[in-house]
Design a protein. Structure first.
Length: 470
């Protein structure tokens, strides 16, 4: 193994911080999507991300605190996720061998040591089965540990602060990325892109430069930024009074719209469209009124900008139309669009050819998270994961006590972020792994409000360390 400069930072943060800060540190480390704490030389230099390297500390701190009470609404998201992961791991171990050579799958294959390509080949056991199974188990641990730590007194408030810090760091990375691209500033972000990934920095799409931040490429940046944006947008929508909440939501929303990623544009439209429809059904509520006022102001500002552009810079209007056509209109007819369509169709054939059983977790690459579930986990895995999603959202919208209004607002924001993270995944997600931040947000959203007496009755699995008595 070859450690990087991230490893001592992760170790220091894990050893010196307590249970209350464990979730926040894991979220911060998740920002460095192109980074590595350790490079596993025995597996061709495969990286262990800083967020995954912090997982042992997250689990250790979770074992030292009381377990949260059972969901009083009976949603049981942890149960459904456990069943899904158990089925996925079983499939990763046995299905590639049982069905070897019977079906064709798209897999990522390295060529020349560093270049990677997606090729169609007969199903066989592969390293992806092992890595994706380990990621699935790790994410289950993240969800369970996250629920225990966020159930601590003030846990959700600390999550709100950690998400604010995460959004601020993400905005800083965006500014540095734009400075490198447009102003020729030194490539400081290359220092944290040390995971050995094929980094796609720069490049022009429709007249705008691609934004990737601390991630290998634009679509990965969008997949991470969407839930961070949605969390702060939902806080603003439900009446959070902190001014920085709305400012961060606006900054991240504009960045997503200008990221040049087709996935980002479509995911943003899908999420905001869903919110608008939901608010329209509850027109009398305070969040709906707040959203309506914001839409009126935004519409007026856009009309003024469009009018000014048409009058004083008509050439810019043509460039804007060209950008929309490149990013959205002509995407399906491009070589990338045709390739992803082939992945999707083959994934559906995998489901058919295995009679709904699937080819095993990590066996096949697809172009949508839904197709990944169907082709890799089959109908059983897809239905159990859908039950997990429904259970998370059911817990998030459960009614709570008036005294816990702030906690309910944060849980709703986490639910918004959870759904927003699924939007880009459904459009272009290629693997089952969704990352620690996704499951921490799911844990926060599913943390049904319980009475303090029920929380006090819980006992830790591992007694907290008392250094004063040692």
């Amino acid at each position: 193994m070859s450690p990087t400069f991230f490893l001592p930072l992760v170790l220091l943060a894990g050893c010196l911080s307590g249970p209350g800060a464990a979730v926040g540190w894991t979220l911060v480390w998740a920002l460095f999507g192109a980074g590595a704490a350790v490079l596993v030389t025995a597996m061709g230099g495969n990286p262990i991300s800083p967020a995954m390297a912090s997982l042992p500390f997250l689990v250790w701190h979770a074992l030292r605190v009381p377990a949260p009470p059972a969901d009083p609404h009976g949603a049981q998201p942890g149960f459904w996720l456990t069943v899904c992961v158990a089925w996925a791991v079983w499939g990763a171990v046995f299905l590639p061998s049982l069905l070897a050579g019977d079906v064709q799958v798209y897999v990522t294959q390295r060529a020349g040591g560093s270049r990677a390509g997606v090729v169609l080949m007969p199903l066989q056991p592969a390293s992806g089965n092992l890595t994706q199974a380990l990621y699935a188990l790790a994410n289950l641990a993240v969800f369970v540990a996250g629920r225990r730590l966020l159930a601590l007194p003030g846990g959700l408030a600390r999550l709100r602060g950690a998400m604010g810090a995460l959004a601020g760091l993400n905005v800083l990375a965006i500014v540095l990325n734009l400075g490198e691209t447009y102003l020729g500033l030194p490539g400081l972000l290359s220092l944290v892109r040390n995971g050995g990934y094929a980094v796609m920095v720069g490049g022009e799409v429709g007249g705008l430069m691609r934004i990737s931040g601390t991630f290998p490429e634009s679509s990965a940046f969008v997949a991470f930024t969407m839930p961070v944006f949605a969390f702060h947008f939902a806080l603003w929508l439900h009446g959070d009074r902190a001014r920085w909440v709305g400012a961060l939501a606006l900054a991240l929303g504009v960045t997503l719209a200008a990221s040049t990623s087709t996935t980002g544009t479509l995911a943003l439209l899908a999420y905001l469209g869903g919110v608008a429809v939901l608010r329209a059904r509850q027109a009398a509520s305070a969040p709906s009124a707040r959203l309506a006022r914001a839409l009126m102001r935004l519409s007026a500002a856009l009309l003024l900008v469009v009018g000014a552009v048409l009058l004083f810079a008509p050439a810019a209007a043509g460039k804007a139309a060209h950008y929309v056509d490149v990013v959205v209109g002509s995407k399906l007819s491009s070589s990338s669009g045709e390739e992803r369509l082939a992945w999707m169709l083959q994934g559906l054939r995998n489901l058919r050819d295995t009679a709904g059983l699937g080819v095993g977790l990590g066996s096949a690459r697809a172009s949508s998270f839904l197709v990944v579930l169907l082709s890799n986990l089959g109908l059983v895995g897809t239905l159990t994961y859908a039950a997990f999603v429904v259970a998370v959202l059911r817990s998030a919208v459960a009614p709570g006590e008036a005294a816990q209004a702030d906690a309910r607002r944060i849980r709703l924001a986490a639910a918004h972020a959870f759904v927003a993270a699924l939007c880009p995944a459904m459009i272009s997600g290629t693997v089952f792994e969704r990352g620690p931040a996704f499951y921490l947000l799911a844990a926060a959203a599913s943390l049904a409000l319980a009475r303090p007496a029920a929380q006090a009755a819980a006992r830790p699995l591992v007694p907290p360390l008392n250094l004063a008595r040692a």
